[in-house]
Structure formats: structure tokens, C-alpha cells
Design a protein around this ligand. Structure first.
Ligand code: RB5
Length: 162
């Protein structure tokens, strides 16, 4: 599987389950207003569905480079982070406040943001979204890169071709 060979800067893949649907729609509007290209992987209603289906689709879009960043919304953000982090090259962080959203970019080079629609209201979610998208990874050749290398080592140790 190709992993982050290139990225389409500015393209954001977004997805949710039923619990995150309304917040996902609000975040999509915010992204479009901000000039981002958005690829919406669903879900398309508040009808009950399974978060791993949508988490996988968004994570694969980021892993292959179809999207620059991913945004996933479920009830808590936890389930989406769990599934997204199974996809090689994805570093998903569940962020229900802005500090984590900023620092998971600065220190962890996170490429997928997950949030909990049952935890954050739309205004707070938009602040979290901007904190994530506006922060840049502090860089290669640093202690952070050494640590990310260790995460990649773990991924390689357990990765098997499908
Ligand atoms: C759905 O009820 C809920 O379990 C889901 O949205 C999510 O919070 C799982 O992590």
C-alpha cells in the first residue's frame, strides 16, 4: 500500500457516523467557507450506521494522498481515532479542545483530526478545527521526528500487505 507518496494540499476528507452527522455538516460548511476543497465520505443522515466504515474511507484518502488532512466526527471522537490509526501513515488524534488539536500538529504531525459531537458544540468544534489546520509540524531533524520514526517502526513491525 502506498503511504503519503504525495498530498493534495488544501483537500480535506471528512466523514462521520450518525452521531457526528450534524457537526460534520457544520464543519464542512466552515471548511468550504475557508477555501478548502472538501471530499465528503458520508454518512449522509442521522440514521444509525457504523463509524469504522467512514473512518476507514477518510483515513485511506489521507494515507494515499488523495487528501491533505482528514476530519472525522463520531459521538466521542474515540472510535474514529481507533479505526483511522489502523491505516498505515495515518496519525489520528481525538481532540475535544484546541490545545491538543494544536500540539498534535506541532509535535506529532497528526494528519487526521477526530472529534466528539456529544462533547463539543459547533462553535468549539470550529475553534478546534482551525487550531488543527493552522498549526505546522515543528519539523524534521528534531526530537519530534525521532519519536515519529519510532511510531513508524511500530507500524512496520505489524504491517502486513492485505
Ligand atoms: C455511537 O453511538 C457511538 O458509539 C459512536 O459515535 C462513537 O462515539 C464511538 O466511538
Amino acid at each position: 500500500m502506498g503511504v503519503n507518496v504525495f498530498t493534495m494540499s488544501g483537500t480535506v476528507a471528512i466523514g462521520s457516523d450518525h452521531a457526528g452527522f450534524l457537526l460534520k455538516e457544520a464543519l464542512e460548511d466552515e471548511l468550504v467557507s475557508g477555501g478548502y476543497t472538501v471530499v465528503d465520505f458520508g454518512t449522509d443522515s442521522e440514521e444509525s450506521c457504523d463509524y469504522p466504515d467512514f473512518g476507514l474511507a477518510v483515513a485511506e484518502a489521507v494515507s494515499t494522498g488523495e487528501a491533505w488532512r482528514g476530519v472525522l466526527v463520531c459521538g466521542t471522537g474515540a472510535g474514529m481515532a481507533m479505526v483511522a490509526n489502523k491505516v498505515p501513515g495515518v496519525r489520528a488524534a481525538a481532540c475535544n479542545e484546541p490545545y491538543t488539536a494544536e500540539y498534535c500538529r506541532l509535535h506529532n504531525d497528526a494528519n487526521v483530526l477526530t472529534m466528539g459531537a456529544r462533547i463539543v458544540d459547533p462553535q468549539a468544534a470550529k475553534r478546534i478545527l482551525h487550531a488543527f489546520l493552522d498549526a505546522e509540524y515543528e519539523g524534521e531533524a528534531s526530537r519530534h521526528e525521532r519519536r515519529l520514526g519510532k511510531i513508524r517502526d511500530v507500524e512496520r513491525k505489524y504491517m502486513k500487505e492485505a
